[in-house]
Design a protein around this ligand. Structure first.
Ligand code: F3S
Length: 389
């Protein structure tokens, strides 16, 4: 891989250990995947923030990085952490709170903004054609497919490395030829709600692994929030980084069909056959303003009767305060900085979670050891309003 004089100096350690390590990570990745050079990025988004998912091992690496006082070279943000600072924080022991605070502190020391959201594109929407480095898989798919900015699916170390260097190797979907459709997915059923969009994503992600699908048969007026669920589902069960949903040339491409029963089976597979949910969770990926409003409209002047979380970013929450007040008046919790998957659900006594997110339903049994049931928002809210027996 070609390096400029300055990049070579970073590689050789002239700017210190942290930058050198970052450069070595990027060069190693570039060599592995056939990159020819490094290209500048506009921003980075780093995952591996929750102490629950990160554990102790990477903390020493973060400490060593922060000790040499590097600064990120591009605007960089963080994924959600283990709890919010108002509600869930009070439910966990001090030891755990300290560890989480240490992780956030180490990231902020090097200039990373603790946005603590998986939808950083609501804070600052990347422009068409921008190159980025994102380690949040749902954001990767949304960014490439809906917003038209370009990012590979980074891991936490490579996103941090890209943030420190301000560049990424030019492989994968940073190259136009790798963004072209490689397979047609004909959707032969109408999708009734956001949960079915997510289930379609999980179903197709399993089938295709890392292809570039072009979907046919989605409604012409498909909403951004529905595409967000589709992308989150695709990224959960497969390695897809980009999909197409607008008419594209498809001559000569292989075709697969997804039927009503495929989507129904995916919904069923994402739902455990278990007792009544003790948590209703909306906001995976973090809610948009429109999604917070939709929840508020469903609970206005009603009373939720079981634990009900709506997760979003601080940025969206501030914009949505009139809806937030409605949800909170009904007894729900609008949580920032975290989500049901990256917090300690089991320790909170949750056994069954009802969610409208296929991604959350996909990960909950393995990452939280909590059974999940997938249903559209209106059914989630209906259940939240019912007395728990
Ligand atoms: Fe975001 Fe948590 Fe889902 S980080 S994408 S809400 S699993």
């Amino acid at each position: 891989m070609y390096l400029t004089r300055k990049e070579e100096k970073i590689y050789d350690g002239e700017f210190g250990w942290a930058y050198q390590t970052a450069m070595k990570i990027l060069v190693r990745l570039g060599d592995l995947f056939g990159a020819s050079k490094l290209i500048p990025i506009k921003s980075a988004h780093i995952s591996g923030v929750s102490y629950k998912t990160l554990g102790d091992a990477p903390i020493d690496f973060l400490k060593a990085t922060a000790e040499t006082c590097p600064r990120v070279r591009v605007p960089s943000t963080l994924n959600p952490c283990g709890f919010d600072s108002d509600y869930l924080v009070t439910k966990f022991p001090e030891k755990l709170r300290k560890k989480q605070a240490l992780i956030l502190n180490l990231y902020t020391q090097i200039g990373v903004v603790p946005a603590l959201t998986c939808t950083p594109y609501y804070l600052k929407t990347p422009k068409n054609g921008w190159h980025l480095a994102s380690a949040e898989s749902s954001a990767v798919v949304y960014t490439n497919s809906v917003l038209g900015a370009w990012t590979n699916r980074e891991g936490s170390p490579s996103a941090l490395a890209a943030a420190l260097v301000g560049k990424v190797p030019d492989y994968g979907v940073h190259r136009p030829e790798n963004r072209q459709p490689s397979i047609v997915v004909k959707v032969e059923t109408e999708l009734a709600n956001e949960a079915e969009f997510g289930a379609l994503g999980v179903c197709v992600g399993k089938m295709l692994k890392d292809e570039v699908p072009v979907f046919q048969g989605l409604p012409a007026n498909v909403k951004g929030d529905e595409l967000k669920q589709l992308g989150a589902g695709l990224a959960s069960s497969g390695m897809i980084s980009i999909f197409h949903y607008k008419p594209s040339p498809t001559k000569g491409l292989e075709r697969v069909a997804v039927t009503k029963s495929d989507v129904r089976n995916a919904m069923e597979n994402l739902s455990a056959n278990v007792g009544t949910p003790d948590l209703v969770f909306v906001g995976c990926p973090h809610c948009s303003l429109g999604e917070v409003k939709a929840v508020a409209d469903l609970v206005r002047d009603k009373k939720v009767r079981r634990e009900f979380w709506v997760c979003t970013s601080r940025f969206v929450k501030e914009k949505a305060m009139e809806h937030v007040r409605v949800i909170e008046k009904a007894g729900g919790h609008v949580l920032c900085d975290t989500c049901a998957i990256v917090t300690w659900l089991k320790e909170l006594g949750v056994k069954v979670m009802l969610t409208n997110s296929a991604k959350a339903a996909y990960y909950s049994p393995t990452m939280n050891r909590v059974d999940a049931v997938l249903a559209p928002l209106n059914e989630c809210v209906e259940t939240a309003l019912k007395l728990q027996r």
